[in-house]
Ligand binder design. Sequence first.
Ligand code: ADP
Length: 229
Amino acid sequence: MIKVNNVTKIYGSGETACKALDNVSLNIGSSDIAAIIGPSGSGKSTLINVMSTLDLPTDGEILFDSEKISSMKEAKKSDFRLKNFGFVFQDFYLMSTLNAKENIILPMNYKSKVYDNALFEELVNKCGIGNKLLNYPHELSGGEQQRVAICRALLMKPKVIFADEPTGNLDSYNSKIVFDLLISYAKSNNSCLVYVTHEEKYASLADYKIEVLDGKCTNISNDTGGENA
Ligand code: ADP
């Protein structure tokens, strides 16, 4: 479903140029669960940002079901993302002036869509924040804020969820909850989940790992399942 074709990403130019991705090609299937791993500075965030169209490749292309999404015009790309992709980041990016419920339904307002109330109820209950909906972000713990961000992403019924170190700011108790939620959503909806993590115990939950080293990628099969992309 997602094809990364010969993608190179260079930040800056001249002496300060940094090649963050070096001719990377990957295939990610529509219901794959893939963990991006690798040392700090190896290119993991760059890969997930370029793959999800948040950033542009310097060279190469990204295809989604054979549509070239990397070269779409900004407005079309943004619409495409809203319709197909869900994002969860290390920093939760909640609007501080909106309560939890308003944050969750915020992307629906951009699409002027009525949201699926049954799904909303299901998500907030699964995420254990049904009693926090009127609270503002500063009144929520980090784990609760991330669960609000997850509800916000999943209410849009994304075909692909991109999560960059979603538990980077969380303790191990909340980290487990977050991965359980993301993986169970992906499995029960046959959705694709691509996440960056530096924790082996969470990387091993994926079908396979994409190891990034100096901007180059290798697929590593996880013992417990899945095929290499
Ligand atoms: P990781 O997520 O694995 O820690 P990144 O993808 O953030 O790695 O970074 C890969 C390389 O690209 C690093 O050397 C980093 O310093 C560099 N880099 C990332 N973002 C930028 C940027 N906006 N400008 C210049 N260099 C950058």
